[in-house]
Design a protein around this ligand. Structure first.
Ligand code: DAK
Length: 258
């Protein structure tokens, strides 16, 4: 049995963390199942991924505290590496990703949401990095991604104080893009995913690659990355369809990912 369920609707694949009895806490098995779900994505048919959590309470309440309580330093390093590898894979996955955060996103849950390209949440969502209350640091990228998303000062305050952030504040500080009533969250995430999926997929992937590469580079090198991705779109069938379609005033241009 897998702790991650996959459901494909059109070109949108929804991956659901499915361990609701432990508020979708991330143990090694969940990380392995997430990784296997990514391996199984049919890149020729899927154009956008949505991540969410099973149940009404949690997206993911963090790394599994019970599984971590007695591990050694070297086991902790291996676990952190494992989680970081999976989350970095999500961050750099060739397709765009949306986190539909349907409740608690604490510790590793918040880190998973931050590894996605876009975060939407429900009104009952709660974000936080409570690790220092457990005697540890965030271990799945939280010390790095939170400050990139909300700025140094806010990230330091939130990580040092372990203060949780509710949906309204998450929106205000830019941790999420929009807040929805719980029953509207997943439909809204899928609607956004479908809208993304209608655009030229080679171009969408190239935008993600350029942004991911550029964020850690000096501007001149980042611009080189954009030039590479931009020029790579030309001579594709989709670029020809997009531009010819525009010039012919065509509506709803279909793209074929080639
Ligand atoms: N791990 C394991 N089980 C968890 C869990 C978690 N993170 N969160 C909840 N559960 C389990 C609870 O133990 C409970 O199980 P039973 O007692 O029913 O068997 C069940 O889920 C329901 O939880 P509650 O009864 O507590 O539900 P409430 O509604 O009362 O409270 C809560 C919900 C989310 C406020 C509360 O469960 C809570 O505070 N959970 C812990 C949140 C937390 O501290 N999360 C951060 C975990 S630390 C690293 C790698 C990674 C990380 C760090 C280092 N290295 C390897 C270095 C990342 C760390 C974290 O994510």
């Amino acid at each position: 049995m897998s702790f991650v369920t996959s459901r494909q609707e059109g070109a949108v694949l929804t991956l659901t963390l499915n361990r609701p009895e432990a508020l979708n806490a991330l143990n090694e098995q969940v990380l392995d199942d997430l990784s296997a779900a990514l391996d199984a994505v049919d890149l020729s048919a899927v154009r956008c991924l949505v991540f969410t959590g099973a149940g009404e309470k949690a997206f993911a309440a963090g790394a599994d505290i019970a599984a971590m309580a007695d591990i050694t330093r070297s086991e902790a390093a291996a676990f952190s590496r494992r989680g970081n590898d999976v989350f970095r894979r999500i961050e750099t996955f060739s397709l765009p990703t949306i986190a539909a955060v349907n409740g608690y996103a604490l510790g590793g849950g918040c880190e998973l949401a931050m590894a996605c390209d876009i975060r939407l949440c429900s009104e009952n969502a709660v974000f936080g990095q409570p690790e220092v209350t457990l005697g540890i640091t965030p271990g799945f990228g939280g010390t790095q991604r939170l400050m990139r998303l909300v700025g140094m000062g806010r990230a330091r305050e939130l990580i040092f104080s372990a203060r949780n952030v509710k949906a309204a504040e998450a929106l205000q500080i830019g941790l999420v893009n929009a807040v929805y009533a719980p029953e509207e969250l997943l439909p809204a995430a899928k609607k956004l995913a479908e809208r993304i999926a209608r655009n030229a997929p080679i171009a969408v992937r190239a935008c993600k690659a350029a942004m991911n590469e550029g964020i850690d580079l000096p501007m001149d090198e980042a611009i080189d990355a954009e030039i590479r991705e931009f020029s790579g779109c030309f001579e594709t069938e989709d670029q020809k369809r997009g531009m010819t379609g525009f010039l012919n005033k065509q509506k709803n241009i279909e793209f074929y990912n080639r």
